[in-house]
Write a protein that binds this ligand. Structure first.
Ligand SMILES: C[S@@+](CC[C@H](N)C(=O)[O-])C[C@H]1O[C@@H](n2cnc3c(N)ncnc32)[C@H](O)[C@@H]1O
Length: 274
């Protein structure tokens, strides 16, 4: 597991991400003392449909003022959105030291450090007490985690009774070969895709109740189609997922788009209650 986690951390690693983001802000003549969340939102939400889908997920329950844990928080964009727009106290945990360092600095940059805390750690073994959070949130993370039982049992353990688990995820729809690289895995050794019904069965086993579920696949395809058109016309944006994926952005996004279109993979979101 140690070496798998190291390989996953290496997969996501990009040197001096914060410095790169700051340079990109400067190139757009954005005053570093006045950076807004929207200036960095295209780079700090590492999932299909970025900030828009996070807002939808946030609006699926009333989470004003609640304590939220984001599992696999990446650069912390969703935590900052929940902190600023919903007055949540947020904690993000991620395997990547570089992402956690960057998340901390980005929160300082937009003056949200008092409402966001970022911790390096493994989702399969969370360093939090039982019943610690009102809401547990995760987007596009479990594909990197082989032990699904550990992943979802930890979510259940740290969630308060009466609290909500919110997810937005990439799931396997049909058996069959997957082409890599994907945004979460350069090759099949880092990827542990499973099906929505298996996730649902696991969560029910732990006693969670499904309250909402939505198929997000078509919305994801539409998003990618318009992104591809924009890339063709204007080239890579100053602030976008290319900040995180560099030269490999195009093959990764095209592989994901192809599998969404041909039905091998699907995008789903949902809400469960403990
Ligand atoms: C595709 S990114 C999504 C980041 C973030 N959830 C977002 O939507 O912006 C997947 C993230 O999961 C993290 N991750 C993968 N395996 C993990 C694990 N076992 N524990 C914690 N984080 C993990 C990666 O480091 C990466 O930041």
């Amino acid at each position: 597991m140690e070496s798998l986690n190291q390989d996953i951390e290496n997969h996501y690693f990009k040197e001096d991400l914060y410095g790169d983001i700051v340079n990109r802000l400067k190139e757009q003549n954005i005053d570093l003392n006045k950076v807004k969340r929207s200036d960095i939102a295209d780079a700090d939400e590492f999932h299909v449909r970025g900030a828009a889908v996070s807002k939808e997920l946030a609006n699926s329950i009333n989470l004003n003022g609640l304590d939220v844990l984001d599992i696999g928080c990446g650069l912390g964009g969703p935590c900052r959105m929940l902190a600023e727009e919903y007055n949540c106290q947020t904690t993000g945990i991620d395997l990547s030291n570089e992402y956690i360092r960057t998340a901390d600095k980005l929160s300082k940059l937009v003056n949200l450090s008092n409402k966001t805390t970022f911790i390096q750690g493994d989702a399969a073994s969370l360093p939090f007490a039982d019943n610690a959070f009102d809401v547990v949130w995760t987007q596009h993370v479990q594909m990197n985690v082989p032990d699904k039982k550990a992943f979802y049992s930890e979510i259940n353990r740290v969630l308060k009774v009466g609290g909500h688990f919110l997810f937005y995820d990439i799931l396997k729809k049909e058996d069959g070969e997957i082409n890599y690289p994907m945004p979460w895995a350069s090759n099949a050794n880092l990827s542990f895709l499973f099906k929505a019904e298996d996730m649902d069965n696991l969560l029910k086993e732990f006693g969670l109740t499904k309250e909402q579920s939505a198929d997000q696949t078509q919305a994801g395809i539409d998003f990618f189609d318009s992104l591809v058109a924009k890339l063709k016309e204007f080239g890579p944006p100053k602030m976008g997922l290319n900040v995180l994926m560099g030269d490999t952005t195009k093959p990764k996004l095209m592989n994901l788009l192809t599998h969404l279109k041909t039905g091998g993979l699907e995008l789903k979101s949902g809400v469960y209650k403990k």
